[in-house]
Ligand binder design. Structure first.
Ligand code: SAH
Ligand code: SF4
Ligand code: F3S
Length: 436
């Protein structure tokens, strides 16, 4: 054994999956995972750069590792993910206790790089971007996947959109799709091992182009026996065509939930964001999806305080939220990101006003989520059990097809099975129920 490895993960589900892959590659090379910082001989920080806050948090955590390195000079510290891609070797110039920086297209090199640093061969920095990304095809060992009955698969990486506020296209590169034969082979492998739910990931999954369209890929996965549920994220409204809507009408295994970020409810702001749809266009997609799948639930991302956002424009966002009635909303204050088009615009909504808009929006959404949850009380839903509840050992938790978390009495052994649950109580972030 080489020693123990601890990986800290920031950012999105794509980074979570990259972390599972790195644990897998490192375990194959003799590193044992640990959750104890003091025990680790290798620490990887898998970082996110999407908003200023995420960026600062990761950087300050890298800084905090300095005393660990002083105490144990053989400790190896590697920075991966989107900050690694953005900053490259500059990270090591500013923080010499970092041994290696590995960009988003070089993740497959993690074991080799960790080994080289551990052997004292000096710092490594590799942020090369290539049209083929070897790590996309790595299948994480089930030991590093939680819960084991759900498998996350990258079907593409990168983004060809140019939303004016967003750093993702520059840190993840151009859209690169994985071959559809490779994806299907992996899905079949998971099905044979008892996986129940397939979760497809990518910055923009519905522009997938790996030899089949995204809707055909969904249809093919749906035909694989043993798989009961399919989910995906994230989709862009511009690629939400009639074929994909038809999947929600036709494919029983496709869950009744979609994450469809809208970012703003103001056409003028959407134009400045370069989002290429209007509020009416977005609402049209929502009603099309509701016709295809009447019980569908929606979640989304929204930004407040984009440059030039007036009070009226902000209220149009609130109007959209009240019209769609999302189950879940991820809401963010705009922060300028280096190298983006919006960073050249004046960041003119004052911080206090951004805070006010964000907390008002969140309070409104909280009310809507609660009302949506209350409407489910008395109904019976099929729940895929994920495991024991953290707060109550006599309860288990799982998700409905609509992606709502449900807690109900049961033994941990129920994990990975489907149970019909009658909803008895609505909570702000979940539902409570009993076996039907
Ligand atoms: N590919 C996905 C996710 C992008 S990042 C998509 O297109 O939806 C996740 C979310 O972060 C975005 O949807 C957006 O709401 C938010 N975000 C991105 N850049 C931001 C910025 N500069 N300031 C504030 N929020 C931002
Ligand atoms: Fe960023 Fe827009 Fe691409 Fe999403 S679609 S990753 S918000 S550029
Ligand atoms: Fe963050 Fe990179 Fe994901 S910037 S949101 S970790 S793609």
């Amino acid at each position: 054994m080489k020693g123990h490895v601890l990986i800290f993960t920031y950012g999105c589900q794509m980074n979570d999956l990259d972390t599972q892959k790195m644990y897998t590659l490192l375990a194959r090379d003799g590193w044992a995972p640990t959750e104890t910082l003091a025990r680790a001989g290798l620490i990887v920080l898998n970082t996110c750069s999407v908003r200023q806050k995420a960026y600062e948090k990761a950087l300050s955590n890298i800084g905090r590792l300095r005393p660990y390195k002083r105490r144990n000079p053989s400790l190896v510290i590697v920075v991966t993910g989107c900050i690694a891609q953005q900053k490259g070797a500059e990270i090591m110039e500013r923080m010499p206790h970092v041994d290696a920086v590995l960009g988003t297209h070089q993740l497959h090199r993690i074991a080799e790089v960790a080994r080289s640093c551990a052997e004292g061969n000096g710092p490594v920095s590799d942020t090369e971007m290539s049209p083929c990304i070897p790590s996309l095809d790595i299948v994480p060992d089930r030991d590093f996947v939680s819960p084991p009955h759900r498998a996350y698969l990258n079907i593409m990486q990168g983004c060809d959109n140019c939303c004016s506020y967003c750093i993702v296209p520059s840190v993840r590169g151009r859209e690169t799709s994985r071959s559809h034969a490779g994806i299907l082979a992996e899905v079949r492998e998971h099905a044979a091992r008892g996986v129940k739910e397939i979760f497809l990931l990518g910055q923009n999954v519905n522009s997938y182009s790996g030899g089949a369209s995204f809707p055909s890929l969904l249809r093919e996965i749906s035909a694989v026996g043993g798989i009961s549920r399919i989910r995906f994220t994230t989709s862009h409204p511009k690629d939400m065509g009639p074929d994909l809507m038809a999947c929600f009408a036709d494919l029983e295994k496709l869950c009744s939930h979609i994450h469809l970020p809208f970012q703003s409810g103001s056409d003028a702001v959407l134009r400045r964001m370069n989002r290429s749809y209007t509020k009416q266009g977005y609402l049209g997609l929502i009603s099309g999806l509701r016709s295809a799948r009447p019980d569908i639930s929606f979640s989304a991302d929204v930004i407040v305080g984009f440059p030039g956002e007036t009070g009226r424009e902000y209220l149009q966002t609130i109007g959209l939220i009240e019209e769609v009635r999302f189950d879940l909303l991820y809401s963010f204050k705009y922060s300028p990101r280096p190298g983006t088009k919006a960073a050249l615009m004046e960041d003119d909504v004052p911080p206090d006003e951004k805070n006010r808009r964000l907390s008002e929006l969140q309070a409104i959404q909280k009310g809507i989520t609660m009302e949506n949850h209350r409407a489910l009380v008395g109904g019976t839903f099929e729940v895929l059990v994920d495991g024991q509840s953290a707060r109550n050992p006599d309860q288990v938790h799982g998700r409905t097809s609509r992606n709502t978390i449900v807690n109900f009495p049961g033994k941990p052994g129920l994990a990975g099975t489907f149970r019909n649950v009658k909803i008895t109580r609505a909570n702000p972030n979940s539902l409570t129920g009993e076996r039907a």
